[in-house]
Design a protein around this ligand. Structure first.
Ligand SMILES: Nc1ncnc2c1ncn2[C@@H]1O[C@H](COP(=O)(O)OP(=O)(O)OP(=O)(O)O)[C@@H](O)[C@H]1O
Ligand SMILES: [Mg+2]
Length: 145
């Protein structure tokens, strides 16, 4: 049953790490029109929710600007609460996960042109969308210096 994201966060099991999602943020999320279906997962960088139309990721890290290999975002923004560091969010389409090893290898080869490095080449950072493989975890590719 869809409900507001803040209700879902308030009912999360205690084991979910809520490092960025302090009470002040949950309050701030009330002002955003995020109709959520469920909590999906809390990874190393993002806390992931399924929305009615897409996947919402929240992080205390700033998401890199959209690149050609990132799955196109339908929204992104920054949540600022007084006296606290900002939180960031992006909304992506839901992808089919379970990308084949061959398709992951090909996607990595395409991404790793000079300037980019795939720092987390795990297959669960990729997904199929519109019959193409996209990076779904923006933090898995960094700018090479
Ligand atoms: N757009 C999407 N469509 C479908 N599933 C998704 C999507 N984005 C994320 N997921 C699921 O949520 C998981 C975690 O997402 P993501 O990798 O972006 O977060 P993370 O914090 O970097 O996690 P980790 O530290 O495990 O890499 C993915 O491995 C995938 O199973
Ligand atoms: Mg990841």
């Amino acid at each position: 049953m869809p409900s507001h994201i803040s209700d879902i966060i308030n009912n999360l099991p205690a084991y979910v790490p809520m490092r960025t999602l302090t009470a002040a943020y949950i309050e701030a999320l009330h002002t955003l029109p995020f109709v959520a279906k469920r909590f999906m997962t809390a990874g190393g960088d993002s806390t992931v929710f399924e929305l009615e139309y897409g996947i919402l990721k929240l992080s205390d890290l700033c998401y890199p600007t959209q690149r050609s290999f990132d799955i196109p975002r339908t929204a992104e923004g920054k949540i600022v609460v007084r006296n606290e560091p900002p939180a960031y969010y992006i909304i992506q389409p839901r992808t089919l996960v379970d990308v084949s090893d061959k398709d992951v290898e090909r996607a990595i080869r395409i991404i790793e042109k000079p300037g980019f490095i795939v720092t987390d080449p795990e297959k669960d950072n990729f997904g199929y969308y519109n019959n193409r493989v996209f990076l779904i975890d923006p933090f898995a590719v960094e700018t090479a210096i």
